[in-house]
Design a protein around this ligand. Structure first.
Ligand code: SF4
Length: 65
């Protein structure tokens, strides 16, 4: 089973770190000021870049499991 990446949008601070690190996976909702997940399954995504985004999120609100 492939891992899924999710963002707890309640906790997201809108810093855009994840979007900068991994733009294929994370998009940014300008109206909400929060990031969202473009692709929830890790199909073609680079796992390392997702892990890096998880580690870089200051709110700790990205999960990948
Ligand atoms: S790194 Fe975390 S806090 Fe920053 S935009 Fe992404 S999900 Fe939100």
């Amino acid at each position: 089973m492939s891992k899924q990446v999710t963002i707890d949008q309640e906790e997201c601070m809108g810093c855009e770190a994840c979007v900068e690190i991994c733009p294929e996976v994370f998009g940014f909702d300008i109206d909400e000021g929060k990031a969202y997940v473009i692709v929830e399954e890790d199909g073609d995504c680079d796992e390392e870049c997702i892990e890096e985004a998880v580690g870089s999120c200051p709110a700790g609100c990205i999960s990948y499991e």
